[in-house]
Design a protein around this ligand. Sequence first.
Ligand code: CO
Length: 146
Amino acid sequence: MKLGRLNHIGVATPSIADSIVFYRDVMGATQICEPFDLPDQGVKVCFVDTPGAGGALDGTQIELIEPLPGNTSIAGFLEKNPAGGQHHMCYEVPDIHAAKAEFESMGKRVLGEPRIGAHGTLIFFVHPRDMGGVLTEIMETPKEAH
Ligand code: CO
């Protein structure tokens, strides 16, 4: 496994609109993308940028995640954590298929096949029980990234 940059931290929320106000007014975020639906995954998401080193535009993002009607996984998370909370961490890798093979060779449970994620590149998740309790998203680095 070739560890890449921490692309984003996923935060489940019952209301992206309320979370945007929090990140803007409490945390001072100035770069907040327009929320959009990922119908395949049953969620609405919104990315909040944090600055990179020296104010560069390559900082780690916060991915706000709100369930769409019919969603079960995020809705279930919010049942246990009604105010929302940290849901997953996402690391970049240069080659998604190589990363999947490596995790599987180490006995880690990859959840499903690689699929297009919120950044338009392939992603997969690894079971938190195999990852020290952290639901882990692995994402192929966008080609024209930053
Ligand atoms: Co994510």
